[in-house]
Design a protein. Structure first.
Length: 146
């Protein structure tokens, strides 16, 4: 399957709408290894290349998410969808606890687990950014409280 073409204007719209933050872990593009435009619902699952189905994602979140749509909540056995930046509020599903991103809901739980928000290296990266006052950025703080 070939990768869909996302034109410059659409890429710019996605990046600006996201305030150049990963819409999943809220790290800035400048503080990460860069961000990519991600299909929230992948093409192979019928997702379209439209602004409503695109999110800005750091390389780590995007690679971990892949084409997955959700995962199983182990305590209930229920299949639950991932956090969707176009329809969900970050602060309803996650909270920042020092350098850890803690899930609040089942959607938060499966997203945090599969995207490995709290992998040791990711926590250490956030700790270092917190120490220098770079995380969470003002734009990230706003998303955390919306």
């Amino acid at each position: 399957m070939s990768r869909p073409y996302i034109n410059v204007e659409l890429r710019r719209l996605v990046a600006v709408r996201a305030d150049r933050l990963c819409e999943y872990c809220l790290i800035t593009e400048a503080d990460s290894s860069g961000c990519q435009v991600d299909h929230i619902i992948s093409i192979k699952h019928g997702g379209e290349t439209t602004a409503d189905n695109l999110a800005y994602a750091c390389i780590f979140c995007n690679l971990q998410k892949g084409t997955d749509l959700g995962s199983i909540v182990w305590r209930t056995g229920e299949l639950v969808r991932f956090f969707n930046p176009r329809r969900d509020s970050w602060g309803e599903h996650f909270r920042l606890d020092k350098a850890a991103i803690q899930p609040i809901t089942d959607i938060g739980e499966v997203t945090a687990r599969i995207l490995e928000f709290n992998h040791n290296e990711r926590i250490r990266e956030r700790q270092l950014l917190i120490e220098v006052g770079a995380y969470p950025s003002p734009a990230a703080q706003q998303r955390m409280t919306q």
